[in-house]
Design a protein around this ligand. Structure first.
Ligand SMILES: Nc1ncnc2c1ncn2[C@@H]1O[C@H](COP(=O)(O)OP(=O)(O)OP(=O)(O)O)[C@@H](O)[C@H]1O
Ligand SMILES: [Mg+2]
Length: 474
């Protein structure tokens, strides 16, 4: 099942736009600070010039210090807007000369900007925010030098308007930049991801039986995904080919005994002689039994080799399992006068595995020893501990054995040695699948009795099944 995550386009846009918006917001804050500063500096220059113009007109007249207030000094401020202008001139020691005596003297909030002899600060005067420039002007009182002080103030209206105009202008520029970036990013990402869309279309357009590698022209980032898909398709193709071959082989194998059954039944129907009729029916029964065994083996093989069904992982007591199999096979052994025995023990070890499949495995090995071994021979199932926690199972007979050059091939399905028995040729293929799925290994060797076969199966304690668990699949 595919879990739905965020689309790549969405992820890319978010990763791009969130930092961009954060950066833009920070830049906007910085720009508005700069705008206020710039507007203050521009207007402060006027305020300072106005104060300097007044300071230059402080003269020592008949009645002491006087100011011949130059009209231009206040006009340069008055011309800027409807803002109101205030001033105050003081002589040395704070002696009031002219203007508004209650104009603030020093920074109220403690923040000010100094520029030469002038100090600029914000204040509130008569309920209105104002900007004040205070200028110290050295003057000569007779032979003594002293400082006069000129303060010029202006309401903040115009300078605040200028600052907010500057902020709005940069805000609009930033908004346009972000909008343009969004559009460009959207188109860029859409174009960048277009090869994925083409890849999807190419995959969907394939016919269901086309397992050839995908050969789309994809970006390097996606190439390894395509390579992985191609590997899976290759495996799928192989597994489907194997299944198809198995079905073809199985139907071919079934067709032969079914044809024999049909022929025997037709012969039996025509038979008049009772003795011959009985022998025909007996043959019919034997072929039916063989076919039934073939069908059972086919089903077991299908189950043991089906990787999509996981093997159960339960505790299996190997001693008990082997004792069960030997007990069940005693009648078959007796029918060929074979001495079937169980030796040793796996020291009570329990393996983690599928009890039904392991039982099937050992049954097939003992069945082979009884079926292909010597009549009136000896067959032994031997158990011993293996490794830290595993078990070793050996099945030994004193029959004709399997020649060394055939010991690999007998594990192939439907493989039987020529002229031997009437089995389906599936037993050892089933055994190999079961052993491998339990993480074990199987070897065919020589029994101590000349010619006899020794089957050696090593099973570890636990294993990691690569397919899903059986419970999950059912
Ligand atoms: N213990 C044995 N001694 C001698 N030959 C054996 C022994 N076990 C297997 N073989 C040979 O290997 C072949 C393959 O064995 P396998 O168990 O796969 O098939 P089978 O016994 O013929 O059929 P079935 O599917 O019924 O088991 C057998 O046909 C037989 O020729
Ligand atoms: Mg067999």
């Amino acid at each position: 099942m595919i879990r739905r995550g965020w689309s790549l386009k969405r992820r890319l846009l978010i990763w791009l736009l969130v930092p961009l918006l954060t950066l833009t917001a920070a830049m906007l804050v910085d720009a508005s600070r700069g705008a206020i500063n710039a507007s203050d500096r521009a207007y402060d220059r006027l305020l300072g010039a106005s104060a300097a113009a007044i300071a230059e007109r402080i003269i020592f007249g008949d009645s002491g210090l006087e100011v011949d207030l130059p009209s231009v000094a206040l006009e340069m401020l008055g011309s800027t807007a409807q803002d109101r202008v205030f001033y105050r001139v003081q002589g040395p020691g704070g002696a009031f000369i002219t203007g508004y005596p209650d104009l603030p003297h020093e920074p109220q909030a403690g923040k000010f900007r100094a520029d030469g002899n002038a100090v600029f600060f914000d204040a509130v005067y008569r309920g209105e925010p104002i900007r004040v420039a205070v200028l110290k002007q050295p003057i000569l009182l007779g032979r003594q030098a002293a400082d006069a002080e000129v303060a010029v103030a202006q309401t903040r209206g115009e300078r605040d308007r200028l600052a907010s105009d500057l902020v709005v202008a940069s805000g609009v520029r930033f908004a346009l930049l972000v909008a343009a970036t969004c559009v460009i990013a959207w188109f860029g990402i859409s174009r960048g991801l277009a090869p994925l869309g083409r890849l999807q279309a190419a995959i969907l357009a394939r016919s269901p039986d086309n397992f050839s590698p995908i050969e789309a022209n994809v970006p390097s980032e996606v190439r390894h995904v395509v390579a992985a898909v191609n590997t899976v398709m290759q495996r799928l193709a192989h597994s489907i080919a194997v299944t198809e071959r198995f079905i073809a082989d199985a139907s071919h194998q079934l067709r032969t005994p079914l044809a024999a059954i049909q022929t025997s039944a037709q012969l039996a129907l025509r038979e008049r002689d009772e003795a011959r009729l009985r022998s025909s029916v007996a043959e019919l029964l034997a072929t039916t039994q063989r076919t039934s065994r073939l069908a059972t083996q086919l089903l077991t093989h299908a189950r043991a080799s089906d990787q999509t069904v996981g093997v159960a992982q339960e505790a299996v007591a190997i001693d008990a399992l082997a004792a069960d199999v030997v007990r069940e096979m005693v009648p078959a052994a007796a029918s060929r006068d074979i001495d079937l025995g169980l030796e040793g023990s796996a020291a009570g070890r329990q393996l983690i595995g599928d009890a039904v499949l392991l039982h099937e495995m050992l049954t097939n090995l003992v069945d082979n020893a009884l079926r292909h071994g010597r009549e009136r021979g000896v067959v032994t199932v031997r158990l011993s501990p293996y490794g830290q926690e595993g078990a070793l199972i050996e099945v030994e007979d004193d029959g004709p054995g399997i020649p060394a050059n055939e010991r690999q091939r007998v594990f192939e399905r439907f493989r039987r040695l020529s002229g031997r028995g009437d089995g389906a040729g599936l037993g050892l293929a089933i055994v190999r699948h079961i052993v491998e799925r339990h993480g074990g290994s199987i070897m065919l060797g020589d029994a101590p009795h000349p010619g006899g076969l020794l089957v050696h199966v090593e099973l570890p304690h636990g294993f990691r099944d690569r397919s899903g668990s059986r419970e999950a699949a059912e």
